[in-house]
Design a protein around this ligand. Structure first.
Ligand SMILES: [Zn+2]
Length: 215
């Protein structure tokens, strides 16, 4: 029997965020991606999904569970937990993610300069501008149909840890942009709430089970 998992995530933003859009904006080299209707800054579902996938892979490997590298599509197995939840060339992802709209987002522009790593000096005529969004935070949802309750709990526990421990998303993360902090996590399976303390208590059992199944 199939089971429906739904998760609502709310994050605080600790620094401005930048996701490059395809707009042409006068005097701005890298303009923000905006919501097509209301023109609010937008974090697309693909960015959130990629960020949570990367964080999930890192944690699972840290626990000794072998999973595929999401940046190497040609080497994905199609059946490990990450491939199942986040997708692989062989099949679609079980989990579907929503976009996050920064409704209280304020747009700002930061000037940057490209540096030559070889000369350790700035390149001439390489000044560029990046548009940033300042916002208090954002929310996103994800859902999926899983084959059993155990798989739904695994997915919820993994998403919680990945969201809690992932620290920055979007572009220029190493330059201080996109720092996030998980504020609220609500998950349910077929309408039954999956409490955070229960998911954390379940984590050691889940890790042992996954270690046994990894290649
Ligand atoms: Zn895989």
């Amino acid at each position: 029997m199939a089971h429906k998992l739904e998760i609502q995530l709310t994050f605080q933003l600790k620094s401005p965020v930048h996701i490059t859009g395809e707009r042409a904006e006068l005097y701005i080299d890298k303009a923000l991606l905006l919501d097509a209707q209301a023109q609010y800054p937008l974090i697309p579902a693909t960015t959130i999904k990629g960020w949570l996938r990367e964080s999930s892979e890192r944690h699972l490997r840290g626990w000794g569970v072998q999973v595929c590298d999401g940046s190497k599509a040609n080497l994905m197995c199609g059946h490990c937990l990450v491939c199942q939840l986040f997708g692989a060339p062989q099949h679609r992802a079980v989990l579907r993610f929503s976009d996050a709209v920064l409704r209280d987002g304020v747009r700002d522009v930061r000037m940057n300069v490209s540096l030559s790593r070889f000369r350790r000096a700035s390149f001439e005529e390489r000044l560029f501008s990046t548009e940033l969004a300042w916002a208090s935070g954002f929310s996103c949802q994800l859902d999926g149909i899983l084959p059993d309750v155990e798989r739904a709990r695994q997915a919820a526990a993994l998403i919680y840890v990945a969201a809690r421990m992932g620290f920055a998303l979007g572009a220029a993360r190493s330059r201080g942009l996109g720092w996030v902090c998980l504020d609220q996590f609500q998950a349910n399976c077929d309408g039954q709430i999956l409490a955070i303390q229960d998911l954390l208590a379940y984590l050691p059992t889940m890790i042992r089970a996954l270690q046994g199944t990894s290649a």
